[in-house]
Design a protein around this ligand. Structure first.
Ligand code: FE2
Ligand code: FE2
Length: 383
């Protein structure tokens, strides 16, 4: 696949992966992108996942068409991209590996590979000429590991953005970019909003025509849309007005309260209401939507003096990913001692700029008239 006359795609599609990074469902698979820049010198940008060594080396050989690569640029050491560094160096032993000092430490940790005389240690902002193409390396620590750097090629205005602007889903499947990119971003990079903001500031100073990420499609049009979404997500601003209700229920009473709330929200004109059963629906989609919308309601039973395990997992993920700037309401249920609201507020006490609704719904087993009134009051507050 051709990106430009001299930049070629040599990545692979993965439809075998059951859980990406050991936890994310990827119904449309995953792509591990890798690129080749053909100039007086030839540079290969990153490798791919361990399961695709032969396919990737085959793609590479076809594009190289008998030439030998001069450089392997390693932007990110996570194994979905860097698993084939040693295999590549076995196939092309005369290549110079181009990476920063942190990356070379990780290469040693992963491969015990001796690269003496075959490495070029780059600094933040340093450049490498390939002939008519010039690569400039911009360090992007914690987007998404500490060694990450992105690479700007100035002659064709291409940003090789590492995990940035990546998404779930293989390239041979048509699907909406925003949803699967949001789920990817919030799940994988979401904790590092400040670092993404720093990278966006650096990127704003560059004239960019093409973004080549390590996952998902190459972006060539409407770049403002993608960069705008990244700015929204990494600054933890809600993307849309709407209410997410995330709940756990064992015998259906808490679920009944949630259904009633959803109905009342719609009746009060809520622009969007999205409901997640945390035991059954995809957790990463629920987390991504909690960040997408402006309001959140957590509804859970009390369990072992705390909250139900799926809700515990959900709130932990929100807090870990720096959930902030949202209005949050609570519905708790307990047959003898409801404690869920107190437990959740304690878990989220370090979360910035959370506005709790005045109404907390407290159900003792089954929804009663007083609860219906509380739910009506909460619906009004959220609209
Ligand atoms: Fe990564
Ligand atoms: Fe990745």
């Amino acid at each position: 696949m051709k990106i430009t006359d001299s930049i070629k795609y040599v990545g692979v599609n993965d439809h075998q992966v059951d859980l990406f990074e050991g936890q994310y469902k990827v119904p449309n698979g995953m792509s591990y992108n890798s690129y080749v820049i053909l100039d007086e010198k030839v540079a290969v940008m990153d490798t791919v996942d361990a399961h695709f060594t032969d396919e990737w080396l085959g793609n590479l050989a076809r594009v190289l068409d008998g030439r030998k690569p001069d450089y392997l640029v390693v932007q990110h050491m996570e194994p979905d991209h860097a698993a084939n560094v040693a295999n590549f160096m076995k196939a092309y032993p005369e290549t110079t590996v181009v990476a920063n000092a942190k990356t070379f430490v990780m290469i040693k940790n992963f491969f015990e590979l001796d690269l003496e005389g075959r490495k070029l240690v780059v600094e933040n902002g340093s450049s490498l000429s390939l002939g008519s193409h010039t690569l400039t390396f911009v360090f992007a620590p914690m987007v998404h590991w500490p060694e990450v750097m992105v690479t700007y090629e100035s002659s064709e205005k291409v940003l090789f953005s590492a995990d940035g602007f990546g998404k779930f889903g293989a390239l041979d499947v048509e699907e909406d970019w925003d949803d699967e990119s949001r789920r990817y971003f919030i799940g994988i990079v979401g904790k590092y909003g400040a670092q993404v903001q720093a990278l966006l500031k650096k990127a704003a100073a560059l004239d960019i025509s093409i973004i080549c990420p390590l996952h998902g499609p190459v972006l060539t049009e409407n770049l403002g849309h993608y960069i705008g979404l990244y700015d929204t997500w990494s600054s933890y601003r809600p993307e849309e007005e709407g209410v997410v209700i995330a709940y756990t229920s064992v015998y259906g009473h808490t679920k009944k309260a949630v259904e009633l709330l959803a109905e009342k929200l719609k009746a009060n004109g809520a622009p969007k209401v999205v409901v997640y059963d945390l035991a059954r629906d995809d957790m990463s989609a629920a987390v991504a939507d909690a960040f997408r919308y402006s309001r959140l309601v957590l509804a859970t039973i009390t369990y072992n003096g705390s909250i139900y395990p799926f809700m515990n997992d959900f709130v932990t993920r929100l807090v870990e990913h720096n959930f902030q700037n949202r209005t949050v309401g609570l519905i708790e249920n307990g047959s003898w001692a409801p404690t869920a609201a107190r437990v959740i507020k304690k878990m989220m006490e370090g979360s910035k700029n959370i506005k709790w609704t005045d109404t907390t719904v407290t159900i003792m087993s089954a929804v009663k008239q007083e609860n219906v009134e509380q739910i009506e009051a909460m619906a009004k507050e959220l609209c």
